[in-house]
Design a protein around this ligand. Sequence first.
Ligand SMILES: Cc1ncc(COP(=O)(O)O)c(C=O)c1O
Length: 397
Amino acid sequence: MDHSAFSPNDEGLSWSVRALFDHIADGDLAELPIELPNVGHGPLAALQTLAPVVLGGARDLGAPGFFAHMDPPTPWVTWAATMWASSRNQNLLHPDTAPNAREIERLVVSWLAPFFGMSGGHLTPGSTVANLTALWAAREAGAREVVASSDSHLSIRKSAHILGMPFRAIDDWNTTGDLSDSVAVVTAGQTSTGEIEPLDAATSALWRHVDAAWAGPLRLSERHRHLLDGVENFDSASVSAHKWLFQPKESAVVFFADHEPAHASISVDGAYLAVPNVGVLGSHGATATPLLATLLAYGREGIAALLDHSMDLADELYRLVESSNDFDARSAPNAGVLCWRHRSVSAADITSNLSGNAFISTTIIDGEPWLRSVAANPMANADVVVSAARVASAQLT
Ligand SMILES: Cc1ncc(COP(=O)(O)O)c(C=O)c1O
């Protein structure tokens, strides 16, 4: 049998890289076989079939008009590092299948942890799992209920449910009552509004977790790090790398102030394991590799420049909205998130009529629908977005 497909193929890999430079038109999913083919097409033909669907048909998160969700475009260094990581397919569960990949994860966590006053932690596929992991450690430390603001991310409720812990939603951190057997989750960058809840809240809680999935990376910016002052006093923190650290999904970090006992409390031994399995995942890959490559390529200053620029874009969008006659903002942007709306046309009508390559998300706050623009795309253009919303609303007034 021919096993050459397990070795690098110059023609195939060169073609696949070249395809990234070409403006491939959107493909028709209906042209893909509806059933598993009996006879394979071969690797190059498979990629050629898929390129229009996967590349041509993808949403361009780096387009000037994309000012919508918490999903950033990714720099090419992450594409290359991800390809390397998948070519080696290390499993970080076993030291012998991932000698350096495990060390890379440890290194990248050790670079980032001090920005949050944490001693260590590990990568997870997103902040949903980071939150679940932190709340699991809190439960092992004795927490009996999860308390979070009613605007906390749905992953907090989900985690409480999975862990069999009651969830208490509160509206005001000043009137929470007794927290002595609770894990309190304070959100640094609410999903709908970007608001950073008071980071000095809930000091009487048995365990304090900060969900900094969105705003956490601002800690790397000299200009904006103060927005997260107090983050260093929590027992654990979640930060999504696939949001404002510009990583391919799925990538996030759960940090612990004291990671050794926290990790020990959420570790399980198995007969086939050389080291204990820490956290929720079993087998897991080298997602730290593209993150390390990005941090090495940009340095703290380079990442901070991207974040500062993104924050400026949100301010610019706010100015355009506030100086217009037809749109209003709910407030100045919070951590790069602006909620805004047209004075007479609904947010849903605007987003469903946006043309060209403009995208804005929507959310509901206190029962009211809003347009929501998240500054996750450093190449976004506020003018393009407001103009597109204006054209859409003009068709409806
Ligand atoms: C505040 C907050 N926490 C947690 C999450 C969940 O993160 P993920 O989608 O990476 O699982 C999100 C996602 O938007 C979020 O905004």
